[in-house]
Write a protein that binds this ligand. Sequence first.
Ligand SMILES: Nc1ncnc2c1ncn2[C@@H]1O[C@H](COP(=O)(O)OP(=O)(O)O)[C@@H](O)[C@H]1O
Ligand SMILES: CC(=O)N[C@@H](CCC(=O)OP(=O)(O)O)C(=O)O
Length: 255
Amino acid sequence: MDKLTIIKVGGKIVEEEATLRKLLQDFSALEGYKILVHGGGRSATKIASQLGIESQMVEGRRITDAETLKVVTMVYGGLVNKNIVAGLQSLNVNALGLTGADMNLIRSEKRPVTTVDYGYVGDVKEVNATLLVSLIKQGIVPVLAPLTHDKEGNMLNTNADTIAGETAKALATSFDVTLVYCFEKKGVLRDENDDNTLIPLINRNTFTQLVTEGIIQGGMIPKLENSFQAIEAGVKEVIITKADAIAPGQGTCVK
Ligand SMILES: Nc1ncnc2c1ncn2[C@@H]1O[C@H](COP(=O)(O)OP(=O)(O)O)[C@@H](O)[C@H]1O
Ligand SMILES: CC(=O)N[C@@H](CCC(=O)OP(=O)(O)O)C(=O)O
């Protein structure tokens, strides 16, 4: 099977011009088929605040009311996505920016209200793998924004780590998929403020232990949950690493 690399890049990296530029250069140098998935949570929080809209996160997910949905649609589907596409085009990568609504790429359902009402947040139900395979085989590089739709006319906000994980899972029968989550730290760390404390390998058992010890917390918990789900669905390799270290052999390997 052909190899496919899916890189997910998070908030702090896409927000800063220099780090984003470096990541896009490294991404452009990757051999073979590839997809870039981006977040942009920090940019959305900043612009929402400038518009007088408060942001509220619960367990790493944004409470998305009608006004917030307008902001995230503009920021992820517009500003961040097009900035990345233009950057990649300048590096001769034939990037195509897409939300989940475009060509019905990712359909989701509004998350049911339980103790928390997340508002317009979508849980992924279906990724159009056939479309992605066809685009990739034409030499097109999809750049995916963290937005989905319900096929009833509504956009829904979806966590970017989940978009990357679900896309990797959907493509695992067509390619040998490597999924790389990159962010501002070296990987999963014993002390999250010290890049010298990298944990090179994590499995479900060590993960549970590290969560109990409080070493893994916050946004790293859903990132690792997405990683294990991807591995269990046939994704070949999941790596969590620093944005300037996306080449093989670096960061934390999830098994
Ligand atoms: N053990 C750990 N090692 C590294 N980061 C950790 C750890 N535990 C918690 N984190 C936190 O997880 C965050 C990454 O998750 P998140 O903010 O969702 O990522 P992203 O920037 O990719 O969207 C890090 O910024 C860090 O604060
Ligand atoms: C539902 C939900 O939480 N969506 C995320 C989508 C963006 C994201 O995931 O961005 P990062 O990767 O930069 O964190 C949000 O609005 O923050």
